[in-house]
Design a protein around this ligand. Structure first.
Ligand code: NDP
Length: 246
């Protein structure tokens, strides 16, 4: 029977590539979108035009109750979740001097609390069934910090601690927990950065001299989701064009 993969934020640049890749590999792919997202229906229609019949559920990943309700619906309507990709995320960049509590909380809740909120309702089932994959999409900026991103860097770094601790707890149960830390990938999140900043500051930091492609990250998600990756757990896999090498 096809494994069920739940990808949060699948309508974003990176999440979409992950959904498409996992569907191509035969997973039953389910995704989430923010309750206020008015483009969800048109996204689903455009996927159907490509022969991809994804299911999508409204879910505020930053909200514990919303996440529990969403996973419950997925499990009732599609089946138990075998692969969870915690991909939804936001940025609210500003220097620490300007950082206020609202923008701190928004990023910590959406990027870090969400990992707890979504993993909590799926983890016990994975352990009971003796198979599961939890993949947390972190960031190079969680590894090395970034100017103007105390909130984002803290949230993404927090994912690494969560990943390693949970990986220990479920290691003997057939469940792996890993992070992927992308560098700059050419999605809306990055294309929103002013082009002069991209050209003069960001691309010159990348030894390969280009942004990454969402499909390149999706390939890593596919690997970590597979049976071949059964011995990889508690790992952080960097994919950053050489920007940060440890
Ligand atoms: P996008 O902005 O394109 O997509 C982000 C997704 O997150 C959207 O689908 C959005 O859904 C969803 N989302 C945001 N807030 C919530 C919420 N409260 N509840 C539910 N869903 C939410 O970003 P990317 O695709 O570029 O990024 C995906 C992940 O990869 C993020 O975690 C990001 O931090 C990480 N990353 C990205 C990098 C890059 O270079 N692009 C580099 C390193 C890491 P909706 O539109 O419905 O709100």
């Amino acid at each position: 029977m096809a494994r069920v993969a739940l990808v949060t934020g699948g309508m974003g640049g990176l999440g979409e590539a992950v959904c498409i890749k996992l569907a191509a590999l035969g997973y039953k792919v389910v995704t989430t979108y923010s309750p206020g997202n008015t483009k969800a229906e048109s996204w689903l229609a455009s996927m159907r035009e490509q022969g991809l019949d994804f299911k999508a559920y409204p879910c505020d990943v930053a909200d514990y109750d919303s996440a529990q309700a969403c996973v419950k619906r997925v499990e009732q309507e599609v089946g138990p979740v075998d692969v969870l990709v915690n991909n939804a995320g936001i940025t609210r960049d500003m220097t620490f001097k300007k950082m206020d509590k609202v923008n701190w909380d928004a990023v910590i809740k959406t990027n870090l609390d969400s990992v707890f909120n979504m993993t909590k309702p799926v983890c016990d089932g994975m352990v009971e069934r003796g198979w599961g994959r939890i993949i947390n999409i972190s960031s190079v900026n969680g590894q090395k910090g970034a100017f103007g991103q105390t909130n984002y860097s803290a949230a993404k770094a927090g994912m690494h601690g969560f990943t390693k601790a949970l990986a220990l707890e479920v290691a003997r149960k057939g469940v792996t927990v890993n992070t992927i830390s992308p560098g700059y990938i050419g999605t809306k999140m990055v294309m929103d950065i002013p082009s002069d900043v991209l050209e003069s500051k960001i691309i010159p930091q990348i030894p390969m001299g280009r942004l990454g492609k969402p499909e390149e990250v999706a390939g890593l998600v596919a690997y970590l989701s597979s049976d071949e990756a059964a011995f990889v757990t508690g790992a952080n896999i960097a994919i950053n064009g050489g920007q940060h090498m440890y």
